[in-house]
Design a protein around this ligand. Sequence first.
Ligand SMILES: Cc1cc2nc3c(=O)[nH]c(=O)nc-3n(C[C@H](O)[C@H](O)[C@H](O)COP(=O)(O)OP(=O)(O)OC[C@H]3O[C@@H](n4cnc5c(N)ncnc54)[C@H](O)[C@@H]3O)c2cc1C
Length: 362
Amino acid sequence: MVRRAEVAAVDPLARSVTTTDGERIAGDVLVLAAGSRAAPPRADGAEAHAIPLYTLDDAGRLRDRVVGRYREAAAAGTVRDGELTFVVAGGGATGVETAGALAEMCRGALRVEFPGVDPAGSRVVLVGHGPRLLKGFADHSGGYAAEVLRDRGVEVRLGVGVEEVGPGHVRLGDGTRIDTRCVVWAGGVRASGVAEGCGLPLGRGGRVDVRPDLTVPGFPGVLVAGDLANIPGPDGRPLPQLGAVALQAGRSAADAVLRGLDGAAPEPFRYHDKGMMAMIARGAAVAEVGHGRHVVRGRPAFAAWLAVHAALMSGVRERADAFVRWAWEALAPSHRAPGLHLSEEGRIDWDEEAGRSDDPGA
Ligand SMILES: Cc1cc2nc3c(=O)[nH]c(=O)nc-3n(C[C@H](O)[C@H](O)[C@H](O)COP(=O)(O)OP(=O)(O)OC[C@H]3O[C@@H](n4cnc5c(N)ncnc54)[C@H](O)[C@@H]3O)c2cc1C
């Protein structure tokens, strides 16, 4: 039986959940797999003025914001201070991918769509706290990502954080002020709200600390899988929040439930690590393959990224469609992006926003 509902509360001792419409559902086994959400930004004003990037809705809002800015600039016939400056906070895979995609849009599709807007007026700035991009990947993969992004016109600022976000600016830790009306927050993830206050032991990132077999000490019949769990890897450190980990852990949790029906204990989850990939921009990606972390980069890694992500889609037709469309866009860019329409909510009343500004210089 499948029930579509939002879980409001979890009782792990009773192995039950209560939905927002008040229904209580109990079982012999409770499997929690409610994933992550964007971590709350750690900069003044970011909650109100930055766009988090986690869900499809977030991505739609960002697209609307970017296209809306270009539309405003085209209508005004000039680019006002920071109007086409896009700041991405976070030097991990999400920040790198977003900055690369924004740079592509500014140089390609948006340039074609808004020929009257001076291309020199647009700017993409990627701000990363750490000394290099793509933490978790090899050092030289981070260096390669920075090189590709700079080559595509992205200003990469490392070793400094965003400390304040206003409606018309950001301020960095070193005091630098950047005028901008579009800040993307790509500062990591945190466990979904389901974990909070449920009584299970929480560790790093607000995630549930589980044993290697995905069970929770002191809570028989409870399993936690995917991004919601800190699953110990072979070296004892938690496995990363990745789709591959979540998919394999999901299968392992299902196996454990089936084994339980036969009275057998769950087996430890063994993550089969096939490596990690990050897309940087069109035709450029890094892939670290297998246990030995063999590094592939450039076009071969980009093609591998497309193939892997298409293969992860459900349904043969979706996979084939995605692969053909992405490959076509990558190899024969028309520079006219089909998705550049603007939803009604995305239309921005510039004067209204300027009136709300608490920043005289904005
Ligand atoms: C921008 C971005 C890019 C990424 N790129 C990659 C990548 O290239 N490769 C990769 O391997 N990983 C990538 N990841 C990570 C990957 O998406 C996650 O590791 C994976 O989705 C985790 O799977 P999950 O099933 O644990 O959680 P999720 O996929 O987050 O699924 C959790 C589900 O639980 C639901 N849920 C949450 N709360 C409730 C509630 N209260 N009641 C009911 N339902 C609820 C959610 O709506 C969601 O459907 C990326 C993540 C982000 C944010």
